[in-house]
Design a protein around this ligand. Sequence first.
Ligand SMILES: [Zn+2]
Length: 335
Amino acid sequence: MSFRAIIGQEKAINILLKSFKEDKVSPSYIFVGSEGVGKKITAIEFAKIINCLNLNNNLEVCDTCSICNKINKQCYPDLKIIESIKGSIKIEQIRELRREINLKPFESRKKIYIIDNSEEMTLEASNCLLKTIEEPPYYAIIILICSKIDPILPTIVSRCQIVNFGLISSYKIKEFLLNNNKNLEKEKAEIISRLAQGSIGSALKLLSDKEYFIRREEVLDDLSAVSPGEYGDDIFAKVEKMVSEIDRIKEILEMIKLWYRDILIIKNTGDQKYIANCDKLAILDEKSQIYSQEILIDILDYLEQIEEYLIKNVNTRLILERLYIKMVGVEYCLK
Ligand SMILES: [Zn+2]
């Protein structure tokens, strides 16, 4: 692995390389961007660049020295990755970091701490980390990785260099999938690259999940049968089915979101270039003619709200009933 193998993050990587070249590496960074776009792998590769024993003039690591080797095998004592446990990073984890960071590096120039999903730090953990970020030892680098910056304490944000990681184009994802999977059909690579919505991580998950396309077909069949103004007694049966599949509710809601987003795009632009469900164009086109813009926006807004409701444990059945009512446009038909 090297920086060159990371897809679609040239801008972020160039910022890091420039700071290294000019000897202006920041003691603390925030890498921000959607899940699966390469933030963590970039942080690990950056740790290699900083510490590799045989870095060449093009700032490429050797991948064979003792340090590169240990980092690749994830057993390098001067690189620590802190991960959230059951959805949160607790003060004990940061206290341990603070204890350790005061010890000089074992065998390298810089000691690097990566805090993954750093938006999941508790307030106590954040306050504890702030003390280190305010006065870091000269040999330490802390990299916070997050998908959103808002939940991070502003006093931490103001002391870090922020590096943005953008979404990766579906073309690049498709190319990556085809280059790395000899038996993958082009059509399948095309669909996966669009459903992945800019994330290589999601694309790889979809590729390895053998059942995904069967589940997707089921959900999209259900969605194809839903039209505004056509509602019967089966709303509650459908909600019941979704409630019974609560373990994968996030996946189902994501499928519903992409479905209505696609319909809205076709309705507004007629452009197929940005359609995620590119194998369902005929039915999406049909739906775009019968759904009003108002209903589509309302459904998509509600889907955004649902994510928050689910975190707050609002009654799932009620949320999903309301969603189906919106999908069949009852609220509008009664107006
Ligand atoms: Zn090396």
